[in-house]
Ligand binder design. Structure first.
Ligand SMILES: [Zn+2]
Length: 180
């Protein structure tokens, strides 16, 4: 059974600034040996080739990098990114613009030279991960991580990127590193 989750996010890193607001939305399913996370995205204006590539990139970077545990069971978080062709079936809508531009964010991607780390970073917001660089939608500043803007070669997925998922699953669950 899939459980849908919708969590409004509001992060105000500076008291004088308007908060960053967006919505984390996804669904999850517990099995005997995994926590399946499903995120449905409508990429408006994307080519099939782009959609295939982004699905692969996001799943490679995010899937099986962390687990949820209740102190007893450890369930690796397995991600399935599903591209859907209708906005109303999507958890997230991304407006894809086929040129370079400034201001790629969770719902608008300038796609001409969009790199993998940016694709994976924006996906992180879809499941509720905050930024980790100064002046972003930041709770804590870190270095060398995906949400700080680091590239995809090093260890960049931190377990607490799944905090929203963990709190949706239940108070006894918390995210941990998955040691492979
Ligand atoms: Zn960001």
């Amino acid at each position: 059974m899939w459980t849908p989750v919708t969590i409004p996010m509001s992060i105000a890193p500076y008291p004088w600034a308007d908060p960053f607001t967006w919505t984390a939305r996804f669904s999850y399913r517990l099995t005997d040996n995994s926590l399946d996370l499903k995120v449905k995205v409508f990429f408006k204006g994307a080519t099939d080739k782009q959609v295939t590539k982004w699905e692969k990139v996001i799943e490679r970077i995010w899937s099986d990098k962390a687990a949820l545990t209740d102190g007893d069971t450890v369930l690796p978080i397995s991600l399935n990114l599903v591209s859907v062709s209708k906005a109303k079936k999507a958890d997230h809508k991304v407006k894809v613009i086929q040129r370079d531009g400034y201001g790629t964010g969770i719902d608008k991607w300038f796609a001409k030279h969009l790199d993998n780390k940016t694709v994976a970073h924006e996906f992180g917001h879809m499941i509720g991960a905050p930024d980790e660089y100064e002046w972003g939608a930041t709770i804590q500043v870190r270095e060398g991580t995906l949400m700080a803007g680091a590239d995809t070669r090093t260890k960049i997925i931190m377990p607490d990127y799944f905090d929203v998922l963990a709190s949706a699953v239940g108070a006894s669950w918390s995210p941990v590193d998955l040691e492979l």
